[in-house]
Design a protein around this ligand. Structure first.
Ligand code: NAD
Length: 450
């Protein structure tokens, strides 16, 4: 089958690619399986050197990769440059982690007990279209560092940078078969990876719905799974917060990547006393978001990824929003920054919109804020804005959420764990925690008696 990709900002053709089917998937798994014994045997310092070389090549090709991502996803070039920079950092981090992922010795009677971190074998990695190269690197980095071989399936809509990364891996000297990329539909290539008996683990990022299917399929062969799924994160603004700062930052936490972000703070919870003032500041800040040509370095928000996705996003806005921003006229899958007043029971506040739509919800006091923030099946990310340090930590501990920031909206750092509570998934990516998902603990006891 031929996959026809278009640039979401222009609707002009971008590329035509042949897609893989079950046979090609089986061949890639066989290649990864054949490459595994030699790759796990590569000396740690050599494996680190190869990953460091890949990081260097990503840096050398930063502009090329960023432009490819921007044209494929429609995201602003400034964002793509930042994301490619992070990809290089991820490979640097895991290059450095190869020989720092220690086992333990445990005091026992009659001998010595030690643990080893062993690779799993062939891992299948399935990633979404919103941060294609970035999220791929969060999985490929620790998987290769631990000595696994990889079959990566990018989303159908956005395979361009993953293909380029696999070519750079070969150029870095990572042996053929260690890092394989398959372009193809989730229902064919993804499903085959989930059911293939030679795949030891699925690292999945995507929707909660598909994630549930991954878990069901993986049960057949007791495959390990890491699931990074949807979110409906709360941005909680207390009346004692620096309202100017909180309001200036809030639009970027939900309209960044055109809202197509699992960490999008798409529920903005505001304490009643500060509600009117905050909303006024929020509207002004939102009006300042620069929407337009993704290839312009000043652009802050581009179009949505596809016409079909735009239709889904529009279906969430069934009341008159209190603010709707401008969008370019002409071709492109544009959708404006949209602010709606909501209760936490409205569909716009309960389901993941995955577009530039923020639900503004008032709350009365700290207990009410915690109750509303936790009243969601998701638990990925979130923010707390207050100048009261004790309250900040109290609320942070009370929220059922994997990644929080206080007086900030950042969620992701190369060296810190990232992942969700509840239906946002389980397992952690990034940092040293990311290595746990790509290795198995082996315990060895050696008798010193006799
Ligand atoms: P999706 O679940 O539709 O697809 C994700 C990937 O799964 C794609 O590669 C797709 O081809 C594949 N896939 C689809 N059906 C499959 C099947 N039956 N078997 C195996 N693979 C299958 O998600 P999407 O629309 O690409 O991405 C958006 C979703 O991803 C949102 O819900 C978002 O919150 C989530 N996401 C989560 C994180 C996180 O880290 N928690 C990060 C980014 C995106």
């Amino acid at each position: 089958m031929t996959l026809r990709l278009v640039n979401p900002a222009t609707e002009q053709p971008l590329a035509e690619l042949e897609t893989a089917g079950v046979e090609e998937t089986d061949r890639a798994v066989a290649a990864a399986r054949a490459a595994f014994p030699a790759w796990r045997a590569v000396a740690p310092t050599d494996r680190a050197r190869l990953l460091r070389r890949l990081a260097g090549l990503v840096e050398d090709h930063r502009e090329e990769l960023a432009l490819l991502e921007t044209r494929n996803v429609g995201k602003p070039i400034a964002d793509s440059r930042g994301e490619v920079g992070m990809v290089a950092e991820v490979f640097h981090f895991y290059a450095g982690a190869v020989d720092k992922h220690y086992g333990q010795t445990i005091p026992v009677a009659g001998g010595v007990d030690m643990t080893f971190r062993e690779p799993l074998g062939v891992v299948g990695l399935i990633v979404p279209w919103n941060f294609p190269l970035n999220i791929a690197s969060w999985k490929v980095g620790p998987a290769l560092a631990c000595g696994n071989t990889v079959v990566l399936k990018p989303a159908e809509l956005t395979p361009m940078t993953a293909l380029r990364l696999s070519a750079l891996a070969l150029e870095a000297g990572i042996p053929e078969g260690v890092f394989n990329v398959l372009v193809g539909p989730g229902r064919v290539v993804g499903e085959r990876l989930i059911h293939h008996p030679d795949v030891a683990k699925i690292g999945f990022t995507g929707s909660t719905e598909v994630g549930a299917g991954v878990m069901r399929g993986a049960a057949e062969t007791i495959k390990r799974v890491t699931l990074e799924l949807g979110g409906k994160s709360a941005n909680v603004v207390f009346a004692d917060a620096d309202l100017e700062r909180a309001a200036a930052a809030a639009p970027y936490a939900v309209f960044g990547n055109a809202g197509q972000d699992c960490c999008a703070r798409s529920r903005i919870l505001v304490q009643r006393e500060a509600y009117d003032r905050f909303v006024e500041l929020l509207v002004t800040a939102t009006a300042g978001v620069r929407v337009g040509d993704p290839e312009d370095a000043a652009t802050e928000m581009g179009p949505l990824v596809s016409a079909q996705h735009r239709q889904t996003v529009s279906s969430f806005v069934d009341t008159t929003p209190f603010y709707r921003g401008p969008v370019p006229q002409g071709p492109g899958f544009w959708y404006p920054c949209t602010l709606v007043e909501a209760t936490n029971n409205d569909r716009v506040a309960r389901e993941e919109v995955f577009g530039p739509v923020a639900a503004i919800i008032p709350f009365t006091d700290e207990a009410d804020a915690v109750r509303i923030a936790n009243d969601t099946p998701y638990g990925l990310s979130g923010s707390i804005w207050t100048t009261n340090g004790a309250r900040a930590l109290r609320v942070a501990r009370a929220l059922d959420t994997g990644v929080l920031s206080i007086n900030s909206n950042s969620s992701v750092r190369v060296s810190t764990p990232f992942g969700g509570f509840k239906q946002s998934g389980f397992g952690r990516e990034l940092g040293m925690h990311g290595l746990d998902g790509y290795s198995e603990v082996k315990n060895v006891y050696m008798s010193t008696e006799g």
